[in-house]
Design a protein around this ligand. Sequence first.
Ligand SMILES: [Zn+2]
Length: 161
Amino acid sequence: MEAEKPISAEDLLTRHQWLNRYKGELVGWNRLIDDLACQIEQRYAEHGEPLNAETFRVRQVKEKFGELRFYCDSSVPIQDLIQQATLKSNSICQECGVAGQLMQNDRLWLRTLCEKHAGDDYKPRPSLKKITVDGVTFTFFDEGQLDALMPSNGTRIPKSS
Ligand SMILES: [Zn+2]
């Protein structure tokens, strides 16, 4: 993969002013968030809906358990786009944006990091399953995340006990 410089918070917010409540602090993921923002803009365009403070509101953008969490209110359905970005965040270093993986330290804190940013404290988390889609490897650790892959038609595969 080509090494790309992370997008600065300033560039990201210049490109997508409607993201204004996100301050760009997840430096390594700003390129991922930029991609997501472009997809959201495209989705709004497809629905013929303007994208502004009345139709879209960022509630919170943060890292949790080593994953991107993107909470918002939108007038157009975009959950699938957000879900894909969250899955992709598990393979991008949250510090610098190069390829990374979910790591944990001995206090079981989870972060997605490259080798360099993992340092001596963080070690790769043992994974349950890996799936590669369009050259992007998704790693899944629990049944909840596997469910997330299923088509969202309201039915769920029953959990085996
Ligand atoms: Zn890194």
